[in-house]
Write a protein that binds this ligand. Structure first.
Ligand SMILES: [Mg+2]
Length: 183
């Protein structure tokens, strides 16, 4: 059975929409598109990491929804015989919140959820899971996996990946399900 690894935030769930609202409420500013292009949510990389960390603990987490078509798409892939796992760059300490989020929006869908941490190398987890494909909105993760010989699909049309040239891109979940069938 072929294993497909999926990123969580902004691939399976619409984290950025909830995160931007939460930053506005908690800190009083709205992150604009230009800053989103480099995923700069705070003054610098350190503050961005602090914001993301705090968000993992925030009650706003329950407002995160599945991306349009993701739940149905995952069911279709599962029925087609794929083994699905989540491989996320979220920190291991946030695993209870992360696992609860996956369970709430995708009950019974994923065989496993791997939280590999910030500035991570997902490749190790992908190899351990025997992943034959990585689907991720993060171009850096996609490049690392591709360099390690793991096939990839860059997901979504988001400020931080819209202009990235990549041979296999899925704009939405309809595209993604159609493309995954080839693996
Ligand atoms: Mg992501």
């Amino acid at each position: 059975m072929n294993t497909i690894a999926l990123d969580l935030d902004d691939t399976l769930v619409d984290t950025i929409a909830t995160l931007l609202d939460w930053i506005e409420e908690a800190r009083g500013y709205r992150v604009d598109e230009a800053r989103l292009a480099t995923y700069q949510l705070g003054a610098d990389e350190k503050q961005t990491a602090e914001i993301v960390d705090a968000f993992y603990d925030a009650a706003a987490h329950h407002k995160i929804n599945a991306i349009t078509g993701a739940a149905e798409g995952c069911r279709t892939l599962k029925e087609a015989g794929f083994n699905l796992v989540v491989v996320t760059a979220r920190k291991l300490e946030a695993a209870p919140v992360t696992n609860a989020l996956v369970d709430r929006l995708f009950p019974g869908v994923f065989a496993d959820v791997h939280s590999v941490g910030h500035h991570p190398d997902k490749v190790k987890a992908l190899r351990a899971a025997g992943a034959k494909l990585l689907i991720d909105d993060n171009a850096r993760q996609i490049r690392r996996a591709a360099d390690a010989g793991i096939p990839t699909i860059l997901f979504g049309s988001l400020p931080w990946n819209r202009d990235v040239a990549w041979p296999r891109r899925a704009r939405d979940w309809v595209d993604l399900v159609a493309m995954s069938g080839a693996f």
